[in-house]
Design a protein around this ligand. Structure first.
Ligand code: XYH
Ligand code: MG
Length: 382
């Protein structure tokens, strides 16, 4: 069996999310955008797919770094193929990103599942057939009745927990360019209001401004510890392991990371080695795919540490349901003005449907479990 083609189809669709000047998403006027469907096809006719961002799978990148390494290879050899492509990153001048590596790896795992007739979450471990989700809010905004005040966060938290059934919640605080941001005291006010609204038994977490000083981060950590928060993630630039080592040692609050730091499983091993966090973080799109993300989770387990998965989607859900040492699935980003449960135009179903008790269930079908509207993709090609 051999890989025959690696193709990407760019298609247009509507979106109700606008990006601010720092890149954070917020509800906004409907507009047109594009996404891409990456497909890897074997000579048996079987195909693996993953939805991603168009720049991740440009024809230039696929032609230069991917097709020469995959065409003619056995698609089941995911470890071998990951390394074949990954090694081209070093001299790619930054053109071959971790996101591209992740898209390739995820499409190969989807193909492997299709060939095996099994869901990927079972092929890689199958530890659980459901997982509690936490409601992961969008970053704070200045929209009246949105996430503009601590009271807004509290009201949304009540809806998430008492109406929609979420069993945990993570706030993203206010970040620049929002008025008054960054301000650890404003972040804390929202956290205190949410704790008051949901009561003492709901796990709460904070993902604040990502460039606080050590002293601001420590002040916030200690205040959240007093509110019995479960963890705080990425309060400072993650390139400074020593700053995180200092913070983790200085507070009783659990510090989670690294989320966005490059270096894949190698960096995360260093964070454990240096005591720079209490819980490890890995998302398939951050570390170059499911193949390296599994290595992060298994490494963390060896140190009796949780590996909390960053981000949503079929790849992260498969990972979260495969491993023993994780607590929640991050479902979001959520906002009072947006219906997260409504499929995107190119989906028949969202990847991460959640029941009324707050559990997300991975699918029983073969592959990653995506339910893509292929007719919509074909009808809206760019
Ligand atoms: O928009 O800064 C942000 C969020 O932090 C985003 O990067 C991501 O959804 C996240 O951190 N989730 O935990
Ligand atoms: Mg985060």
């Amino acid at each position: 069996m051999k890989i025959e083609t690696v193709t990407a189809k760019v298609f247009r669709h509507r979106t109700g999310i606008v990006r601010d000047s720092d890149g954070h998403g917020h509800p906004g006027a409907e507009s047109q955008t594009t996404s891409a469907l990456l497909t890897i096809t074997a000579n048996t006719g079987a195909s693996g797919h993953i939805l991603t961002r168009a720049p991740d799978v440009s024809d230039a990148v696929l032609g230069r770094f991917v097709r020469p390494n995959l065409t003619g290879e056995d698609p089941l050899c995911t470890e071998r193929l990951w390394y074949k492509v990954y090694k081209w990153q070093r001299l790619s001048g930054g053109l071959l990103t971790d996101r591209t590596l992740a898209a390739i790896d995820l499409a190969l795992w989807d193909l492997k599942g299709k060939l095996a007739g099994q869901p990927v979450w079972k092929l890689i471990g199958g530890y659980r057939n459901k997982i509690p989700a936490y409601a992961s809010t969008m970053c704070g905004d200045d929209l009246p009745g949105g996430l503009a005040t601590p009271e807004d966060y509290a009201a949304f938290a009540e809806w998430c927990v008492k109406t929609r059934g979420y069993r945990a919640m993570k706030l993203h605080g206010w970040m620049p360019p929002m008025p008054g941001a960054p301000d650890p005291r404003k972040d804390y006010a929202a956290c205190a209001a949410v704790r008051e609204a949901v009561g003492p038994d709901i796990p709460l977490m904070l993902d604040p401004h990502h460039f606080y000083s050590r002293t601001d981060a420590l002040w916030l950590a200690n205040k959240l510890a007093a509110l019995d928060f479960r963890w705080m993630e990425e309060p400072m630039e993650e390139a400074s392991i020593s700053a995180y080592k200092w913070l983790t040692r200085s507070t009783t609050l659990n510090i989670l990371g690294p989320e966005t730091m490059t270096g894949k499983h190698w960096t995360r091993a260093e964070w454990v080695r240096h005591g720079a966090c209490d819980l490890i973080r890995a998302g398939v799109w951050d570390v170059g795919g499911l193949t390296p993300a599994l290595k992060v989770a298994n490494m963390a387990e060896s140190f009796h540490m949780a590996c909390e998965i960053h981000g949503t989607g079929a790849g992260n859900l498969s990972l979260a349901c495969a491993i023993p040492n994780t607590s929640f699935y991050e479902r979001g980003l959520l906002h009072p003005f947006l219906d997260y449960d409504a499929p995107a135009p190119y989906q028949n179903r969202i990847d991460d449907e959640m029941d009324a008790e707050g559990f997300v269930h991975p699918r029983a079908g073969s592959g990653l479990g995506q339910d893509i509207d292929m007719d919509y993709v074909e009808a809206n090609l760019v």
